[in-house]
Write a protein that binds this ligand. Structure first.
Ligand code: 6PG
Length: 247
């Protein structure tokens, strides 16, 4: 992690406490971003861990965000129909988005109705390039925030250990395949350089099965960042972890 990045590790006894603290951070960061440049762009994580956070953002925190200026994206998506129980958009929609007054045009889901995951990746990359108004530019856009989870194998978004797409240097969005033990297999994911181009990354990671990989990430970072995609994440400004307190 570059010396300029502000690291932060916040540990809590329960996922509920961590989710509350993270919701507070999102409200604070959104207010600063909207004040500074008129909008807050956040890419969401999938999986099960963020559901509580999404519930909070749909309830007690809903009135503290300027939804007209908040734009939601996804860090990755499973290549399943939008109404499939494993679809990350559906999870966030049911837990949060369907309950808040966010303009429809501020919700930028990864399409999964294309013929192939590669077509979905190309389409989403086009969506991002149009949104960030950089069709021709080579440089990566700057998301205000990326909400990310961590898998027991150290994956994040749909960037899995050993995947060739970890070496992607120019594309913003690519198709990906999960390892044999992880379902759904076919995925679309933001690339590592795009994730690292964001201002702030907010990791939310809870669960017994993640303790070993998180221990390695913090205790042997030089080794971890060669193996675990979650350890390769280094945003421009702030890298914040919301974790389970070691009992
Ligand atoms: C996905 C997620 C993925 C997730 C981790 C943790 O699409 O699966 O984006 O990166 O954050 O797999 O998942 P859990 O929160 O379910 O443990």
């Amino acid at each position: 992690m570059g010396e300029s990045v502000i690291p932060g590790v916040h540990s809590f006894k329960t996922l509920g406490e961590a989710s509350l603290a993270l919701a507070e951070r999102i409200v604070e960061a959104a207010g600063v971003a909207i004040e500074d440049h008129g909008r807050y762009t956040m890419a969401l994580s999938g999986g099960k861990t963020p559901v509580l956070l999404y519930n909070l953002l749909a309830s007690e925190f809903a009135g503290r965000l300027g939804w007209n200026s908040v734009h939601l994206f996804w860090g990755d998506e499973r290549f399943v129909p939008q109404d499939h129980p494993d679809n990350n958009f559906r999870m966030a929609y049911d837990a949060w988005i369907s309950k808040i007054p966010i303009p429809h045009q501020n919700i930028h889901r990864i399409p999964t109705e294309t013929a192939t995951p590669e077509e979905a990746a190309r389409s989403y990359e086009q969506t991002l390039k149009e949104f960030f108004d950089s069709p021709g530019k080579k440089s990566f856009p700057v998301f205000d925030a990326m909400l990310l989870g961590v898998g027991a194998d150290g994956h994040t978004a749909s960037l899995f250990p050993g995947s060739r797409i970890l070496g992607e240097k120019s594309r913003w969005v690519v198709s990906a395949e999960a390892p044999p033990s992880v379902f759904p297999k076919e995925r679309i994911t933001l690339t590592l350089p795009l994730i690292n181009s964001s201002r702030e990354v907010l990791f939310l990671a809870f669960g017994e099965e993640k303790k070993n990989v998180l221990k390695e990430i913090f205790e042997v970072p030089e080794k971890a960042k060669k193996v675990y995609p979650a350890a390769m994440v280094k945003p421009r400004e702030r890298l914040q972890w919301y974790l389970e307190k070691e009992v």
